[in-house]
Design a protein around this ligand. Sequence first.
Ligand SMILES: Nc1ncnc2c1ncn2[C@@H]1O[C@H](COP(=O)(O)OP(=O)(O)OP(=O)(O)O)[C@@H](O)[C@H]1O
Ligand SMILES: [Mg+2]
Length: 242
Amino acid sequence: MLETDVTRPRLLEVTDLHAWYGDSKALHGIDLHALKGEVICLVGRNGAGKSTTLRSIIGSLKRRTGSIRFRDKETIAMPPRSIAGLGIGYVPEERGIFATLTVEENLKLPRIVHQERMSFEDIYELFPNLKTRLKTFGTKLSGGEQQMLSIARVLQTGSRFLMMDEPTEGLAPVVVDHIADSIELLKQRDFTIVLVEANLKFASRLADRFYVVEQGRIVDHIEPSREVGEGHVERLQAYIGV
Ligand SMILES: Nc1ncnc2c1ncn2[C@@H]1O[C@H](COP(=O)(O)OP(=O)(O)OP(=O)(O)O)[C@@H](O)[C@H]1O
Ligand SMILES: [Mg+2]
């Protein structure tokens, strides 16, 4: 593990990140990083600041201070469009797909940020359901299909760094397994992924490292490969109280 730490570049480096909604402060100094090819996972109770951390990284939450470096570029003062242009893909909790557009239209809408991107055939291989639903409107999709479309839209842009906010929320176990298989495949292809996840069984299958968020701060860092057996799951459960 030490060796990979040295050889893999830090794709994302967040240092002393503070963020506000208007005058209300939500983040009080977040420090985290992601190495190229890693899956990192943010866990924590409701209102801890997990989604806010992602929103600060993509710049949709504008009032923020500290440092957010992506591929060695400081992004803290950049507008969201420029940040997305660097190849940061965001799959929001509310999935963000257009209900009045078809699957195909939804897929083709987002701006391409990297020409060397996944082909549609590659994407349909990952999510075969989508291929059979190309002419279907967003409103008619199941929750699982919406989630797959939301991920597929980001892959289509060519981003190789994805942030996903609670991708399994409200989904049936069989769909959760499918999403986990897809993320595993992306990991094998050297994508870097930041997950916010409450389903620890799902997250444990994928995450190289966990950050525990509490009241806008990182209060613990857990690396399963350094723990004995499944000890990390108990530690994480203690934090989120399940
Ligand atoms: N749009 C908003 N306006 C004002 N305050 C907000 C807004 N969104 C979140 N907050 C506040 O910011 C803090 C962090 O919220 P955040 O949504 O990041 O938590 P979270 O860890 O994602 O929680 P959850 O598990 O419920 O999704 C909370 O105190 C929350 O009330
Ligand atoms: Mg949230």
